[in-house]
Ligand binder design. Structure first.
Ligand code: ME8
Length: 506
């Protein structure tokens, strides 16, 4: 069945600090896919947001000397929303877990799970790491510290509510077995299968001593007094509440289940085991796909505040441009694998692939049209670009954004070589008929490059399409039509694109 909607989510991020380049990475990938599916005519619903009921947010507010937690959360959430705005992210919604619509949905969801008999009360004793916002098994501690955050976790013993996660072991294994695409890439699927088979236990879903958070619904009886829901139990439900669950059933019916939850590899147990089990318990359909991208280091070193190598994506984009940041992140790191971010490498790619590869091609084609045809598009000729689209569309549908970018650059390289081989400057003297066909082919190929680039480098793509006089067409015409050859009007005015990638100063 052909689908007409595409519901895509990023994790909702903690607001204990401003976004760093890792958070921007996830959000830029999601934005690229959202733009791609929009271009292809799907009704895209792209959601990101902030995870606000977390202990580590409260600790951050305290550290900042802000006694008013709500004020702190409002300010920080605005910082995150503003960051995505300035990076040109096209999210359709921004959910905060302190919003009323979320609270309403969480209560509804809790009731559904409660009615299913999947919540019980018990005593929990364990080591809680606020960095992970999770209990760390005693056997995983290294020198008494959380191996990820290098901090001593708090020992906690309290009466909590538990979710019967282990009840869903067989159903989860069955679902993953039958739906190859459910967890991607495949390496993550193996990791999750071994967790579900060997380690997954019931999970405590409330906290006795937490001052901030969503109260455990009264339906849970007297024991609910003073208990807040465990932040992950409430946070995951954002994917439902953002789609209207509990508040706007028409919208919910339209968008749920999500087509893609995009997450980092650090949070796959929550997304690929706990979340589907929660949905099964509440009797709701599961998301189509959960894709976990890798983590990247900066110059080979883990991104960490204490090491002082936190890269601010906004500062970075101000210096190099949003499109350059997008291009580099998506080209340098194979989606799904770990990678490294290095400014040196970015400058290399900038010079060779952007300035020399794409920028040069655009300038050459537009300048030759100006010189040989007075800036008018020559007569149409036969041509074909469908092999690039075919490979590109397959790669995009398989979430292989790095490979789709390579498809575009293969075409750019081919066209630069085509110019060298055809030598239009010689044809201008010897064969003007062939010159017209070569220039038309180049102009039309450039139009396709503009379209292919739209999801990845939207500002650059618009400049290219504007220079060709067709910037409005992609907003109105269906993608299938735009992907055909020969849409540039004969005699149409071709202008300059300006310098797309100026020389970097330092
Ligand atoms: O986990 N490389 O939020 P969070 C790539 N609130 N991606 C990175 C990264 C890196 N070095 N560092 C962070 C939470 N990320 C929860 C989520 S969802 C219901 C709740 C990205 O603020 C990556 O997407 O700790 C990772 O999964 C996410 O930031 C963690 O963000």
């Amino acid at each position: 069945m052909k689908k007409d909607k595409f519901y895509i989510t990023t994790p909702i991020f903690y607001v204990n600090d401003k976004p760093h380049i890792g958070h921007a990475y996830t959000t830029i990938i999601a934005d690229t896919l959202a733009r791609y599916y929009r271009f292809n005519g799907r009704d895209v619903y792209f959601v990101t947001g902030t995870d606000e009921n977390s202990q580590k947010n409260i600790e951050a507010a305290e550290k900042k000397g802000e006694p008013d937690i709500k004020k702190y959360l409002d300010e920080m959430s605005a910082v995150w929303a503003g960051a995505w705005d300035s990076l040109g992210i096209t999210n359709d919604d921004f959910i905060r877990t302190t919003e009323e619509r979320h609270l309403v949905g969480v209560n509804k969801f809790f009731k559904a799970v409660w009615d299913e008999g999947d919540i019980y009360s018990g005593t929990y004793e364990g080591y809680y790491c606020t960095g992970c916002e999770a209990f760390v098994p005693a056997g995983d501690l290294a020198d008494g510290k959380c191996p990820i955050h290098q901090k001593e976790p708090k020992k906690i013993k309290e009466r909590n509510y538990f979710f019967r996660l282990s009840k869903y072991r067989d159903a989860l294994l069955d679902h993953i077995g039958k739906n190859e695409d459910f967890i991607q890439p495949a390496s993550r699927q193996n990791e999750i299968l071994s967790y579900i088979r060997g380690f997954m236990e019931d999970i405590s879903i409330s906290r006795e001593s937490q001052k901030w958070g969503i109260a455990v619904p009264k339906i849970a009886g007297k024991g609910a007094d003073g208990q807040a829901l465990y932040v992950w139990f409430d946070a995951l439900i954002n994917y439902l509440t953002a789609a209207g669950y509990g508040a706007d059933e028409k919208k919910f019916k339209k968008y749920w289940p999500a087509d893609l939850h995009l997450v980092g590899k650090d949070i796959i147990k929550f997304h690929c085991a706990l979340w589907p089990a929660m949905l099964m318990s509440a009797g709701l359909p599961l998301p189509e796909k959960i894709f976990a991208h890798g983590f990247f280091t900066i110059d080979g070193i883990k991104i960490s505040k204490s090491l002082g190598n936190i890269l601010d994506p906004i500062e970075f984009a101000e210096k190099y441009g949003n499109d350059v940041l997008r291009y580099f992140l998506l080209r340098e790191i194979t989606l799904g694998e770990d990678g490294n971010f290095s400014v040196l490498r970015l400058k290399e790619r900038y010079a060779s692939e952007l300035a020399n590869g794409l920028g040069n091609l655009v300038n050459r084609i537009l300048a030759m049209t100006e010189k040989y045809f007075n800036g008018k598009c020559p007569e149409k000729c036969e041509g074909n670009i469908s092999p690039t689209w075919l490979s590109y569309d397959i790669n995009m549908s398989e979430t292989k954004t790095h490979a789709a970018l390579k498809d575009i650059w293969d075409l750019i390289d081919f066209l630069n070589k085509f110019i060298d081989a055809e030598q239009p400057w010689t044809l201008a003297k010897t064969d003007t008929g062939r010159l017209a066909r070569v220039i038309y082919t180049l102009l039309e190929s450039l139009r396709h490059i503009g379209l292919l680039l739209l999801p990845f480098m939207p500002e650059t793509a618009e400049k290219i399409l504007s220079a060709l006089g067709v910037a409005e067409s992609f907003k109105e015409s269906p993608a299938e039509k735009l992907k055909l050859w020969g849409l540039l009007p004969e005699g149409g005015i071709i202008t300059k694109a300006g310098q797309l990638f100026p020389r970097l100063i330092d």
